[in-house]
Design a protein around this ligand. Structure first.
Ligand SMILES: NC(=O)c1ccc[n+]([C@@H]2O[C@H](COP(=O)([O-])OP(=O)(O)OC[C@H]3O[C@@H](n4cnc5c(N)ncnc54)[C@H](O)[C@@H]3O)[C@@H](O)[C@H]2O)c1
Length: 524
């Protein structure tokens, strides 16, 4: 595993496993291991207990500060520091500048059990070590809480903790930041690493309570695997909704709100949207509006949600009169893009998401389009195993668009609606049952590409490439026959319509798009 060439620093209360885990980490990474307490003992020729007994704590803290500075001067190593080291502001600042600081945690029982075996802790010596440990933990907690990466060690083996830390650190290499000033947030791209999620939550939230919203299918596949580790570390209130678009409405929203009131969800609670676009849109809107806004995290489990709906902060619900008519722009705190969620996705949903992937390539990225032409059979064969670089490329485009045009006022974000004008009309005319969203926009993209030949000069050979790629992915390219007046009526519902004109997205060539106002009649 490739990790950044900087120190890995383990902090935390006595008995949380810093030394054992530090040694295991150092061995696994082929690095040196420095325990600052041991370095002090070697340097002074006295044990820590003797230093405490013969002088005072202040003297020990001076020695500790020097040992830390000396350790940081060494080539990248794994460094374990004493339990009180990070309570000194200068120490913490130096450590944070010198490497990645990770706080190991354990509950009091674990700590007392581990410490009892050693009997070498001066601060717990004498009568009633439990009360002493409790008081010391309380005193140090404000300092510990300043460390953003925290890992619980309760009930975990040393190799398992070391492995968790390495995965955690390698995540820092697989992060994309969507830059929106103080509302900026990371997208973490991971593979077979669901167990990393609790530690990431700890990095972003200090609260103990989570309101997880998911649907029946996702819960069936990932209830144990994803929620199990989460329940060990947080107090989880879980709401499992029926799957599909039928859940994305005001009635379900109200039920969710009532549930949250009963469960005493408060502003310190983080909402976790675990599911596809339906769950992300609904839970995101619920988070945006409950108590006038509580934090939320997107955990997209469909391809569509990973490349599109989980990024950019569009949240909302449908009305009987139309889709997404009520909503808010509300950005998540982070997005956890785990490739292996896609393995259990029904084939048709995966292929539906592929329509959005092809859309990004068609409107922004000719090289991504060529890549898809070359790799489509492999991507379909290894569903959820070889698509992460493609997902990331799409997310980079979506983040780029959202950074420039968050609220869709400049026309850039509207480009993402390529194929959607007709796609939405097809979905609505077929009662949202006959086609998936992806299938409908696939037909819409072919329609828009054909329109682009006359309007923006898209070469007909490129229309054929688009049809071929969609076909290769298993998406429909020819829409069913609708009467013109029926189709016109459906198009009139388009939210992007301005009086009798539509903002229609055309292609100039594969990888370059343009939004042009177009009279409704001209669209058909
Ligand atoms: N907010 C945005 O920017 C944005 C963008 C595009 C689409 N959307 C919205 O997204 C919604 C569509 O999202 P979707 O296509 O993800 O639909 P979805 O959430 O209904 O998921 C599709 C189906 O897959 C199941 N599923 C989800 N993850 C699974 C997994 N890992 N394994 C097995 N089954 C799984 C679900 O239970 C559901 O039956 C629409 O409501 C659309 O309006 C929003």
């Amino acid at each position: 595993m490739a990790l950044p060439p900087q120190h890995i620093i383990l902090a935390g209360f006595m008995g949380t496993g810093k030394t054992a885990v530090g040694k295991a980490l150092a061995t696994a990474l082929g690095r040196g291991f420095i325990d600052t307490d041991r370095a002090i003992e070697t340097g002074t020729g006295k044990t820590v207990s003797q230093i405490f007994a013969q002088t005072n704590e202040e003297n020990f803290r001076d020695l500790e500060a020097k040992a830390i500075q000396e350790a940081l001067r060494q080539p990248p190593a794994v460094i374990a520091v004493g339990g009180g080291a990070v309570c000194n502001r200068d120490n913490l600042r130096r450590l944070q500048r010198g490497g990645s600081v990770i706080l190991l945690r354990a509950n009091l029982e674990t700590i007392l059990g581990r410490v009892a075996k050693k009997n070498s802790r001066p601060l717990l010596s004498g009568e009633n070590p439990r009360a002493k440990a409790e008081a010391l933990l309380r005193q140090r907690e404000p300092h510990y809480s300043k460390i953003s990466v925290q890992i619980s060690t309760d009930g975990k083996s040393v190799p398992a903790i070391a492995d968790e830390i390495m995965k955690m650190l390698s995540l820092q290499n697989d992060t994309l930041t969507l830059k929106l000033g103080s509302r900026s947030y990371p997208l973490y791209f991971v593979r077979n690493s669901m167990e990393q999620f609790p530690a990431l939550l700890r990095r972003h939230f200090s609260g103990e309570k989570l309101a997880v919203v998911s649907d029946v299918n996702v819960q069936r596949h990932f209830g144990k695997k994803f929620l199990g580790p989460l329940k060990k570390e947080f107090q989880v209130h879980l709401s499992v909704l029926p799957p599909g678009e039928k859940s994305k409405n005001l009635g379900v929203l109200q039920k969710l709100f009532k549930e949250w009131v009963r469960a005493q969800v408060d502003r310190q609670t983080a909402v976790v949207a675990l599911g596809g676009g339906v769950i992300g849109d609904l839970a995101g809107f619920a988070a945006a509006t409950f108590l006038r806004g509580i934090p939320f995290v997107q955990v997209p489990t469909t391809l569509l949600a990973q490349v599109d709906s989980s990024i950019g902060g569009k949240t909302g619900v449908d009305l009987p009169e139309g889709k997404n008519l009520v909503g808010a722009f509300y950005q998540p705190r982070f997005v956890f893009v785990e490739e292996s969620f896609l393995k259990t996705l029904p084939r048709r949903e995966f292929i539906g998401g592929m329509a959005e992937v092809i859309k990004y390539a068609a409107i922004f990225d000719a090289s991504l389009f060529r890549d898809l032409e070359r790799r489509m059979p492999e991507l379909l064969r290894n569903q959820g195993e070889s698509i992460q670089d493609i997902v990331r490329a799409c997310c980079e485009w979506k983040a780029w668009v959202v950074e420039k045009d968050e609220k869709e006022t400049l026309g850039l974000r509207s480009k993402l609606n390529f194929g959607h004008t007709l796609g939405h009309a097809i979905e609505s005319l077929t009662g949202y049952r006959r086609f998936t969203h992806g299938e409908a926009i696939a037909m819409g993209m072919v329609f828009a590409a054909r329109k682009s030949v006359a309007k923006t000069g898209l070469p007909p050979s490129q229309v054929e490439r688009i049809v071929a790629l969609l076909g290769q992915a298993g998406l429909p390219t020819e829409m069913p026959g609708f009467k013109k007046n029926v189709l016109l009526a459906a198009l009139r519902q388009d939210k992007k319509r301005v009086s009798s004109q539509l903002h229609f997205v055309y292609l100039e060539k594969i990888g370059k798009s343009a939004v042009l106002p177009t009279p409704l009649n001209e669209v058909l």
